[in-house]
Write a protein that binds this ligand. Structure first.
Ligand code: FES
Length: 105
């Protein structure tokens, strides 16, 4: 399947909340607002069963709420242990007041 752009949230809500977890076509996605730019990754930590959207965003790093490992939200790369494996990043774009993410298999 080629994949498609799907609306995840409104830009206004994202700017207000900074981090939003949302189910997009059955995929758990978290979108982040970083200095006026929008990024998205898979919402489940690569280390365990925790939602990154329940974590704490500082700059471009999201801290997992369970063991406080961190990821770079721009790339999905793990930054701080115990996180080692990356989380999948998703492309994002803004259309009018909507934040869209690109979902494929
Ligand atoms: Fe996220 Fe352990 S589950 S750091």
């Amino acid at each position: 399947e080629p994949g498609k752009w799907v609306r995840a949230t409104s830009l206004a809500e994202l700017l207000d909340r900074q981090v939003i977890g949302v189910d997009v076509l059955g995929v758990p996605v978290v979108v982040y607002s970083v200095d006026g730019e929008v990024f998205a990754t898979y919402d489940i930590c690569s280390h365990g069963k925790a939602r990154l959207s329940d974590g704490y965003l500082e700059g471009r790093e999201i801290e997992c709420p369970l063991h406080q490992g961190t990821f770079d939200v721009c790339t999905g790369q793990a930054v701080k242990a115990p996180c080692i494996e990356p989380v999948r990043p998703f492309q994002t774009k803004i259309e009018h007041d909507d934040v869209l993410v690109f979902i494929d298999d």
